[in-house]
Design a protein around this ligand. Structure first.
Ligand code: SF4
Ligand code: SF4
Ligand code: SF4
Length: 327
């Protein structure tokens, strides 16, 4: 378990360094189960930092969002490091960004937090409707404790954890300058990446399943915008000349959109679950991404976000790579 005092003192020491410009962390939100990302610049502000099953946001997204903005006219670039708190999956995003040369190692200070899983607010809401007052939520052995206004409630972790956390194989940061918390065991059901249920469908039923899901998409692009691995300056989805993907909201275009995104993330997605969490229409995007990650692992023995020295999956080739599916 990550101790808050240790987390806050580590963060205070980090932001006090001359070579660090700010720290990205999580702080209590303003209502209900909300916890917000925050930018901490002063040691005294680290007192607001938290680490709990509500720390959903993958903060590594900000490394390419905020840090790639043009420097305002007349100002000099600030080359100091950015510090950030990471869970296991977030740390894999940092590694994947290093692999792809999206960031450089010396640009970041990584505070790794061992993670026992974050909750899915839809699952929580079915048990305890969200109150107006802020609620503290904690890990306790195999349970999650909700400190609700009318008393504490304990729930088995498996009942409220996000789907990606139920199959997480990397709960401990794979890269860190400072590591906090005891080592957490990976999920036991490694062979079922949460996709078995759909794999068992007939081909027709599988098609019907995705047709129904893709038809719901409203093309809000939240899944792309929140994704730490979607950081191209010129995204194919935005390009109008040539127009690769039409912006019409209908089943056909939605399918092209969702499959294009899934294939662009094949061998890159680190299963942080952010796309599925923010989707307002509840598309099971994790199932799609995990299925592709499984195929890449089984066919090419490649898992994204583990080794910063590895070549990116889609930019590497081995003579013995499987290619029998190529027509
Ligand atoms: S996927 Fe793993 S590291 Fe990420 S929040 Fe879930 S349990 Fe934690
Ligand atoms: S977040 Fe959901 S609704 Fe929005 S574009 Fe992505 S899949 Fe479609
Ligand atoms: S596709 Fe979804 S799960 Fe994968 S890295 Fe992007 S936001 Fe995370």
């Amino acid at each position: 378990m990550v101790e808050l005092d240790k987390l806050r003192s580590t963060a205070a020491d980090t932001v006090s360094r001359d070579d660090v410009k700010y720290l990205l962390g999580w702080q209590k939100g303003t209502f209900g189960y909300r916890v917000s990302p925050c930018v901490v610049e002063k040691a005294e502000d680290t007192e607001n930092l938290v680490f709990s099953p509500l720390c959903m946001s993958n903060l590594s997204t900000y490394l390419t969002l905020a840090e790639k903005l043009p420097v305002p006219k007349g100002e000099q670039p600030d080359d100091r490091k950015v510090a950030l708190m990471v869970k296991g999956c977030d740390s894999r995003a940092v590694v994947q960004l290093l692999t792809e040369k999206g960031i450089e190692r010396e640009q970041v200070v990584i505070i790794g937090c061992s993670c026992r899983g974050i909750v899915d607010l839809k699952k929580v809401g079915e048990k305890f409707p969200e109150p107006l007052d802020t609620v503290d939520v904690e890990w306790k052995d195999d349970k999650i404790v909700f400190k609700l206004p009318d008393g504490e409630q304990e729930v088995a972790r498996d009942e409220v954890l996000a789907d990606n956390c139920l199959v997480c194989q990397y709960p401990n940061p794979v890269i860190a300058d400072v590591q906090l918390g005891d080592e957490v065991a990976p999920a036991e059901n490694a062979d079922d990446a949460g996709v078995k249920e759909i794999e068992d469908f007939s081909l027709e039923d599988r098609w019907e399943y995705w047709e129904k899901e893709f038809s719901k998409c409203i093309r809000c692009y939240s899944c792309r915008n929140v994704c730490p691995m979607c950081y191209c300056d010129n995204c194919v989805l935005d390009r109008l000349s040539p127009t690769w993907i039409n912006r019409s909201v209908n089943y056909s275009e939605n399918t092209v959109f969702n499959l294009s995104r899934a294939f662009h993330l094949m061998g890159r997605c680190i299963d942080c679950g952010e796309c599925e969490r923010v989707c307002p229409m509840g598309l099971p995007l994790g199932k799609l991404n995990r299925k592709l990650a499984e195929e890449v692992r089984k066919k090419y023995d490649y898992v994204a976000g583990l080794d910063p020295e590895e070549k990116p999956f889609q930019a590497s080739y081995h003579p013995d790579d499987q290619e029998d599916f190529i027509l």
